[in-house]
Design a protein around this ligand. Sequence first.
Ligand SMILES: [Zn+2]
Length: 217
Amino acid sequence: MDLRQDLGGTVDGLMPELKAILGQLVSIPSIAFPDYPKANVRRAHDLVAEELRKSGVGEIRVLDLPGTSPVIYGRIPAPEGAPTALLYGHYDVQPSGDESLWHTPPFTPTEQDGAIYGRGAADCKANVVAHIGALRASGGKPPVGVTVVIEGQEEYGSVFDDYPAEHPELFQADALLICDAGNIRAGQPTLVTALRGVADVFVEVRTLAAPVHSGQW
Ligand SMILES: [Zn+2]
C-alpha cells in the first residue's frame, strides 16, 4: 500500500471506528491508584491490547513488572533497512475527583462541538487511539518498524520511572514518540521536539558566624 495515496481520506474513513474505540476506553474508569478496583485497569489493558492486535501488531506481550499495572509491549518488525519508531502512551487515568464539579459525567464520553469529553479522553486515551489509527491507516504494515509501549500506571507512578533506563534493549528505536501531551490548541496537532530536563543541584554556602553591618565591616 502506498501511504502517500489519499492518506487523509483513509484516516477520515477510519474516524468512526476510532471514535468508537475512544468512547469505549473513556467509559472504563482505569484508575491505577490504590483503593480503586484493579479490574477496570485490566479491562482497559485488554481493550488496548486487542485493538493493537487488530491493527497489525502481531507480537504483543505483557511486561508484568512488580509494583505496576501490566505494560503492553508490542512490535512490528522493521522492513529491511527501515528505521524503528517507538510509540508510547498510557491507558490509566487520574481519579475523577468531585464528580459534581464536572459539566458532563467523567466516565460517559460526551461529544460537544466536535470534541469528546471524559476523564482520560485527552490524557492519554486519544493518543493511544492515534497510534491505533496510524497503524490502521497503514493497513497494519507501516513502512518502518514499530515498537508499541502502552503502560497502565503513568498517573500514579511505577517502576516504569526507572525500568526503561535499566533495560534499554527493549526500548531501542530510531525515534521515540512520547504521545502523552496536549496540543497547543484544540484542533491543531502539535509535535514537541524537546523538553527541558530536570537537574538537581546542591549549593553549599559558608557564611560568617553572625550578621555584620554593611557600612562598618
Ligand atoms: Zn498522561
